[in-house]
Design a protein around this ligand. Structure first.
Ligand code: DX5
Ligand code: ZN
Length: 222
């Protein structure tokens, strides 16, 4: 499978949101990555349902929603109704993670779990076979444009080993500080999906930047 590229709309120009959504539609990107922050789980507030509804009306690619919110169970059906394809909750925000994952799938979505930088991957060993995606945070969640945490490579390799050992088909997504200088190494370590926000939207030619990420990662595999 070729590496999936998921531009993070958090870094888009919200005054020209439809322009940026169409740019992603017309690019080689695979997914839209949508970051929902509640100001409680993370020290920032991003956007919520009305904005996602507007994006969903225009978007022609998979909607990958990353919930950085406490008590995400309250909104599972809401995000399903908005057209979410992949719904990712934080391990650190879920007391009954297994129940949350089952509810996400029952609502017709793929189920993902995100891990903060301090959370070890082995904590997922008893649930990995149930997960469609694990999002390894390579920055502390809450803001775009932060520096990539190098320990991420070890986490990706450990998670790839766990997924292979269990015979699972869980995708590994990397979120935070992804650029052309780490994309290939992340894929070599075992990543399937690369989220990129500021690297794409702050570049001179976001369409070309997406193409370059796609071709850089096409040359490698794990
Ligand atoms: C951070 C978000 C990321 C963010 C990535 O909390 O989850 O998706 O948009 O932004 P960059 O690629 O700029 O680090
Ligand atoms: Zn994210």
């Amino acid at each position: 499978m070729s590496t999936l590229i998921a531009p993070s709309i958090l870094a888009a120009d919200f005054g020209n949101l439809h322009r940026d959504v169409h740019m992603v539609n017309d690019s080689q990107a695979d997914w839209f990555h949508l970051d929902v922050m509640d100001g409680v789980f993370v020290p920032n507030i991003s956007f919520g349902m009305p904005v996602i509804k507007s994006i969903a009306q225009e978007a022609k690619k998979t909607l990958d929603v990353h919930l950085m919110i406490v008590d995400p169970d309250r909104y599972i059906q809401t995000f399903a109704d908005l057209g979410t394809d992949v719904l990712t909750v934080h391990y650190e925000a879920c007391t009954h993670l297994h129940r949350t994952i089952q509810a996400t799938k029952a609502a017709g979505m793929k189920a993902g779990v995100a891990l903060n930088p301090h959370t070890p991957v082995h904590l997922l060993s008893d649930i990995i076979a149930d997960l469609d995606l694990v999002c390894i945070m390579s920055v502390n969640p809450g803001f775009g444009g932060q520096s990539f945490i190098e320990n991420t490579y070890d986490k990706v390799r450990a998670l790839r080993g766990m997924i292979n050992d269990k015979g699972a088909s869980t995708l590994i997504e990397i979120d935070g500080g992804v650029k052309d200088n780490n994309a290939a190494a992340l894929v070599e370590a075992g990543a399937d999906v690369l989220v990129a926000g500021s690297f794409v939207f702050r570049s001179e030619d976001p369409t070309a930047t997406i193409s370059n990420l796609k071709s850089t990662t096409a040359a490698v595999s794990y």
